[in-house]
Design a protein around this ligand. Structure first.
Ligand code: SF4
Ligand code: FES
Length: 306
């Protein structure tokens, strides 16, 4: 679903590419397009090219980045009209044709600080509003934890996808509702509300449901789904909003309640004794399982390379 071609790194981009970059100077209020020509190499990303421009051609170009590996979420920008992570976008993907031009602009729906650098203050404010953390009634237990909370693999799967969000803001930049209604919480915050509501360790679901119930919450979404189309982590915020909307309606009709809230795992002495292995899973005669568990297994390097 995401706008990202993992095979693009294996292709060679055109030798020279023109970068048309949207510049902005907050001191004068002037905004303009500026062209830079860049010599490329195989595997070069848009972020690599921007840093080359900054190092070799124009030190005044301002942008934000950190990890260079699609993890920190700080290099979001609009590349050829689509919100993308600059470090994840291969030039071979976006620079095509005999005289390729790649346009780079700051993300839409964010205030521009300078050039490609955007202000995330509002984004973080909305993120905080949905309380993106576990809420427990027993604050004493939460603040002085002695044991971790119980979470089964199948319960984790329920919200795993939504926990992959790196808060890059691309979904917000692509959202047409966010562009026209500044009160709208936006796809990122709503997806995070769903992530925590569906977490069986959380007891804050009621207050979060109240927060998202309204035109500035789930009912503001027109389901354009452009948020999910640009998400680099396949979080699918549009899907989360639909799930949240359905859950909210069922809750109002008295058809939904959180099934149960998981507490901490019991102390060791209270846990059930280990079940014996079924006969078909018994070790072969002569195999000492305990010894096997203790032994470190060395795998020759050549077996690791396929
Ligand atoms: S939902 Fe996706 S696009 Fe939106 S902030 Fe999270 S990772 Fe970025
Ligand atoms: S630099 Fe971290 S996501 Fe691009």
């Amino acid at each position: 679903m995401a706008v990202f071609d993992p095979k693009a790194a294996t292709r060679t981009p055109p030798k020279r590419v023109t970068f048309r970059i949207r510049r902005y100077d907050p001191e004068t209020g002037r905004s303009w397009w500026q062209d830079y020509e860049v010599e490329t190499y195989r595997g070069m990303t848009v972020l690599d090219a921007l840093l080359k421009i900054k190092e070799e051609k124009d030190h005044t170009l301002v942008l934000r980045y950190s990890c260079r590996m699609a993890v920190c979420g700080s290099c979001g920008m609009v590349i050829n009209g689509t919100p993308r992570l600059a470090c994840q976008t291969q030039l071979a993907e976006v620079a095509v044709g005999p005289n390729p031009v790649v346009t780079v602009e700051p993300m839409k729906n964010f205030k521009v600080v300078r050039d490609l650098l955007t202000d995330f203050t509002e984004f973080w404010g909305k993120h905080r509003r949905v309380k993106p953390y576990l809420i427990r009634k027993d604050k004493k237990e939460q603040e002085n934890p002695e044991r971790e909370y119980k979470l089964l693999p199948e319960e984790y799967e329920e919200f795993y996808q939504y926990s992959l969000c790196i808060a890059c803001g691309l979904c917000v930049s692509a959202c047409p509702v966010y562009a026209s209604d500044e009160r709208f919480l936006g796809p990122q915050a709503l997806a995070q509300a769903y992530r925590f509501i569906s977490d069986p360790r959380d007891e804050g679901w009621r207050e979060r449901l109240e927060l998202v119930d309204g035109e500035d919450g789930v009912f503001g979404c027109h389901f354009a789904a452009s948020c999910s189309a640009v998400c680099p982590k396949e979080v699918d915020p549009a899907g989360a909003i639909q799930r949240l909307r359905s859950l909210l309606l069922r809750y109002k009709l008295g058809l939904w309640r959180k099934k149960r809230v998981n507490g901490p795992v019991p102390p060791l002495e209270e846990r059930k004794p280990k079940q014996p292995l079924p006969p078909e899973a018994q070790p072969l005669p002569g195999v000492d399982v305990e010894q096997l568990e203790e032994e470190s297994i060395e795998i020759p390097v050549e077996q690791l390379i396929t």
